[in-house]
Design a protein around this ligand. Sequence first.
Ligand code: ATP
Ligand code: MG
Length: 403
Amino acid sequence: MTAFDLPSYVTVVMDTLAAAGHRGYLVGGSLRDLLRGVTPHDFDMTTDALPEEMLEIFKDFRVIPTGLKHGTVTVMSDGNPIELTTHRVDGDYRDARHPESVSFTRKLEGDLSRRDFTVNAMAWNPETGLVDLFGGQADLQAGILRAVGDAQTRFREDALRILRLCRFSAKLKFDIEPDTLAGAARAVEGLSLISVERIFSEITRLLEAPDAERGLSALCAVKCEKYVFFDTVSGVNAKKLNELPSDAALRMAYLLPHLSREQALQLARRYHAPNSFGEALGAFVEGARERLPEDAYEARKFTTRYWHHWRGVLALQAAGGKNIAVAEQLCAKVSRDGSAVEVRRLAVNGKELQEKLGVLPRRTSELLLRLQDLVWRDPELNKRAPLLEAAARICEKERDFCE
Ligand code: ATP
Ligand code: MG
């Protein structure tokens, strides 16, 4: 029997259930990770205790009723959250995502057979040892992802599993068993019913995984690119994707190099992604096509424009075959010495230009950009008096700034 070195905040939950005549089993990703020698990032458990019984058994713990209707509570054990779910069997699925009903069962078997892949469908408890009804342990050792039960049926029930399949292949670097892959390919239309938020969450996790290339080739093998990237894609080339920094926006920009900044923002909005993702994606698709800086002035311009994305932009250019050595050195220097000055860090502001020199409000930002360009050329100029003088000289020559 496998014995794990479990933290005491986990065993105390199992012991509390046992003392009440029930059993708590480790399940899902936490067990999978323990079996492959990786420390789990969280611990999920399943139990034969019904929801109201769990509340009674853990009355001396802080319990958050996370999803009580679905049989899930979060037990705070010594400050750590443990998700505890009553064994469940799902009812019929009608919309390729949500079961019509869930029912609770005292039997672990039912709970395990509704899980997606054999490596995710094992359970462990100190008394029973490993409960492995579908050959999960063997698949884990062989590095294989295999659907529990009939693959096509399982993917038809819930199309999100198709993306989970690709994501796990990228995360675990596992091969996909042929019938599982074929079943996923046949159920791919169900993805049109999956919410964009979930698609975004799966694709970003896949892209950031250690073997994103493998995940992408699985996505392409089941032909679900258009459900993931919508109309932005006609084909994807994921070669060398793993060599790029593990950043979802950057890697997505690499896959969709033809997007304009505006199209990138549109795609991010379509995913309901955070603004920061859209901004990063936009910067990356645009920056990947930009001419590389060759001197300090150009480097200041470049790093100000791409700001904290400049390193990623250069990584994309390198992946595209450019020699970035000089640009990288220049950009690193100007971002270190603070000479890549943004408009708001100029030594004069718009109000001063208007009050002191009579610059028209509608021409003020243009003048500030001119001053910024001068400062990029000569960082010493970024002091109040010399900068006001420079502004006055411009206004003298080009009178329409003031009248
Ligand atoms: P991760 O390390 O990414 O958290 P995980 O396997 O723990 O991986 P979760 O999404 O946390 O994944 O789900 C926990 C467990 O619940 C899974 O291991 C699997 O057994 C089951 N599960 C989750 N989502 C589904 C689904 N859509 N269909 C079937 N089973 C699922
Ligand atoms: Mg998990």
